[in-house]
Design a protein around this ligand. Structure first.
Ligand code: IMP
Ligand code: MG
Length: 183
């Protein structure tokens, strides 16, 4: 095998921020809160791919109500941990949204631009309500005025990976949340 092919992929240094137990406990609390708040309703969970992937699977199993599940894709152009300005969308919703209670489910809210743009689009479809659910939130990084109703954890202005969150598409499969360290 050539030396190029046998080279191991480089791993960026990170440290543990939240372990599996802490995350599971918090998601159970969020699910219980949503179960209470939406009693008697059939909310539509709209996952923002790809960062929501692991979170939404755990969250929905902690909501003891009938729910519907939809996904939309949003990718902000960024190089590594740097923020780009454009947000690219994909995916179509397969259920009528008018008059429905929507829960927009994100892995992480940073500047808030992604959720703001998605909310603007969803509002045009005249839902009964829209709330944001995010596993991780960086309140000090918000650059738009957003109201995050359900938040798993608040963190500072740092870059985290794992539990669905990536750095250049890798590390989403880590079962915990890690904080990237400067090299
Ligand atoms: P926003 O539009 O600035 O709120 O950025 C939201 C998107 O940026 C998220 O959906 C993530 O894809 C990505 N992002 C922001 N901060 C992080 C982080 O710390 N780790 C991984 N992805 C992040
Ligand atoms: Mg990303």
């Amino acid at each position: 095998m050539s030396s190029v092919l046998s080279k191991k992929p480089s791993v960026q240094p990170f440290e543990l921020l939240l372990d599996q137990k802490q995350i599971a406990r918090r998601i159970a609390e969020l699910g219980a809160q949503i179960t209470t708040d939406y009693a008697g309703q059939v909310p539509v969970l709209i996952g923002v791919l790809k960062g929501c992937s692991i979170f939404i699977a755990d969250l929905m199993r902690n909501i003891k109500l009938p729910v519907e599940l939809e996904f939309i894709a949003a990718a902000s152009y960024r190089k590594g941990t740097r923020i780009g300005d454009n947000i690219q969308f994909g995916g179509e919703l397969s259920v009528p949204i008018k008059g429905r209670h929507l829960l927009l489910v994100e892995g992480i809210v940073d500047s808030g631009r992604t959720v703001t743009v998605i909310m603007e689009r969803l509002r045009k479809l005249e839902p009964a309500s829209i709330e944001i659910v995010t596993l991780m939130d960086k309140p000090r990084s918000h650059r738009t005025k957003i109201d995050v109703k359900y938040r798993g954890f608040s963190i500072g202005n740092e870059f985290v990976i794992g539990f669905g969150l990536d750095n250049t598409q890798k590390y989403r499969n880590l079962p915990f949340i890690g904080r990237l360290l400067d090299e």
